[in-house]
Design a protein around this ligand. Structure first.
Ligand code: HXC
Length: 299
């Protein structure tokens, strides 16, 4: 990310302590960098300790400050509890959580097994709730204020063909955002969400657009003629996580160049014409990526 394009003053996030799930790569890493650059202490978790360590080292080398990397699979509530214990021991309560960790791949729904559904729902739907619950309980007990931000998609409003477990799970987290903004608002905990359009990342492109050289074939369909730039996402995340706009609560904000408004923002137009052979090829490519990532995990 070009940090010179961050629109906030240095030091804005001094004293903030933020956990970014899935913070070792992709959008999570970019938001973590934005928070760090503006003064926050950042905790990043994911399933690959090596990748997390590398990211933490790179971000601290670039900006100084403190990034703590801890492997944690958010599908495991005990692992979450242990990680959050360690965060509290390290420096006390968090002031923010970014629920960014996710899993997704394109598939015809009739090709999914129950395991395939759960591979996504266990991360996005259940895991996001487990993190929110574990951190939320502690903050309520300690009477501490905090901001929760979940990274969703515009499919929470429209649904999307060919990514049904993701669309279902993210829609549930949209409901969590709305529900807890009211129920836990009285504790000083606020809940917002961002629905990004296309911000190409390696993890996303290899599972949602496998085999394509152009990571973003839909640029021409977007009213702004381009994909999102990472500083744009980081600026919105800082606005929602930092001090100064605490009255924003219970909102899901799209950042997609109006792509969803213009063309639905779903996979239907792109994928509805594919045949058996093409789906088979994509499935093989996606599974290759999944297997490679898995080999880098310690658990
Ligand atoms: C059909 C598939 C499949 C495919 C996996 N499976 N890929 N089925 N088509 N392409 C099935 C497997 O056969 C298996 O079922 C089950 O899913 C679990 O597969 P695993 O590889 O063992 O799963 P796991 O290691 O838990 O991996 C989880 C994952 C993986 C979700 C499958 O992709 C992952 O960890 N991804 C994290 C990163 C990521 O996805 N980033 C992109 C996020 S993009 P069986 O029955 O054989 O046991 C996003 C929104 C983007 O979130 C929005 C853009 C606008």
């Amino acid at each position: 990310m070009d940090v010179s394009k961050l629109m906030f003053r240095e030091g804005l996030m001094d004293g903030e302590r933020i956990l970014v799930t899935g913070g070792g790569t992709g959008l999570g890493r970019e938001m973590a960098e934005g928070f760090l650059k503006l003064g926050a202490e950042v905790y990043i978790c994911g399933r690959r300790q090596g990748k997390l360590d590398e990211t933490a080292a790179e971000l601290m080398a670039a900006h100084g400050g403190k990034v703590v990397a801890q492997a944690c699979d958010i599908r495991d509530p005990d692992a979450i509890h242990a990680m959050v214990d360690a965060i509290w021991e390290d420096g006390g309560a968090l002031t923010g959580v970014v629920n960014n960790a996710a899993g997704n791949f394109i598939s015809r729904t009739e090709d999914l097994s129950v395991n395939a559904f759960n591979a996504i729902a266990d991360i996005v739907f259940r895991g996001t709730f487990y993190v929110t619950l574990d951190v939320g309980k502690r903050l309520i007990a300690e009477k501490k204020k905090a901001s929760f931000l979940s990274i969703l998609t515009t499919w929470v409003w429209t649904g999307s063909a060919f990514v049904v477990p993701s669309a279902m799970s993210k829609t549930a987290i949209n409901a969590m955002t709305q529900s807890l903004s009211t129920e836990w608002g009285r504790y000083g905990l606020r809940f917002n969400a961002i629905a990004p359009g296309l911000f190409p990342t390696k993890g996303m492109s290899s599972r949602l657009n496998p085999g394509e050289k152009d990571a973003n074939p839909n640029n021409s369909m977007n009213p702004m003629g381009r994909a999102g730039e990472m500083h744009e996402l980081a600026n919105l995340a800082v606005f929602l996580m930092g001090p100064g706009a605490e009255y924003v609560n219970g909102q899901t904000i799209a950042i997609d160049g109006a792509g969803a408004r213009a063309n639905g923002g779903t996979f239907y137009p792109m994928l509805s014409g594919l045949g058996d052979e093409e789906w088979e090829q994509m499935r093989a490519m996606i599974k290759g990526t999944n297997a490679k990532d898995k080999s880098e995990r310690s658990t």
